[in-house]
Design a protein around this ligand. Structure first.
Ligand code: 5GP
Length: 188
């Protein structure tokens, strides 16, 4: 199989990865999101097979045992996330560029496996208070889960220097413009 290009978008929960990834895909038609597997509960607006493949833990572990994941992580306690090898192959086969919305360790893991094919971006938000209010505004999770996500931010920020570029997402429109330029430079 001919290997194509990979864009890795990582950063703490609430940094705006999903919004930015939707924007980039609306502007660059050859980008396709890799749909991850997760054992976390589906949110109201999410659709199986579009946002994630929502799996039972048993099913997730069976895929681990069959070596079907390119990478997987227990991102939060008892919440597993993983990238299927088949996703990467499916997207490359269609001559598209793979976009990963992925946690920091997963992103670095993929970068290590495909160093010459990938461009890795760490999306950063300067203030924990901004992240906190974004997570609260989403109304997806209770306070306990939000605290769990915030606790991980500092840990994830420690890995930021290992990415090809760090982008601060303090102003969404500015960030979108900046990201578009960076990605076009990588692609063309
Ligand atoms: P959420 O529950 O908010 O959808 O995602 C939580 C975190 O898991 C986010 O940082 C997201 O980027 C990350 N994530 C999503 N898919 C994967 C994956 O396949 N592998 C890894 N390692 N992290 C993922």
């Amino acid at each position: 199989m001919k290997k194509g290009k990979i864009i890795i978008l990582s950063g703490p929960s609430g940094s705006g990865k999903t919004t930015i990834s939707n924007f980039l895909r609306s502007k660059i038609s050859c980008l396709e999101l890799s749909i991850s597997c997760t054992t976390r509960k589906k949110r109201k607006h999410e659709i199986h097979g579009i946002d994630y493949y929502f799996l039972s833990r048993k099913n997730f572990f069976s895929k681990i045992n069959k070596c079907q994941f390119l990478e997987w992580e227990e991102v939060y306690q008892k919440q597993f996330y993983g990238t299927l090898k088949s996703e990467l192959h499916r997207i490359w086969k269609n001559n598209k560029i793979v976009l990963f919305d992925i946690d920091v360790k997963g992103g670095l893991n993929i970068k290590k496996q495909y160093p010459n094919h990938s461009y890795s971006i760490f999306l950063m938000v300067q203030s924990i208070d901004i992240l906190k209010s974004r997570l609260i505004d989403r109304k997806d999770e209770n306070m306990e889960k939000i605290k769990m996500r915030l606790k991980r931010v500092e840990y994830e920020n420690n890995f930021s220097h290992l990415f090809d570029v760090i982008v601060s997402n303090n102003n969404l429109l500015e960030t979108q413009k900046h990201m578009l330029i960076l990605i076009k430079q990588f692609l063309y």
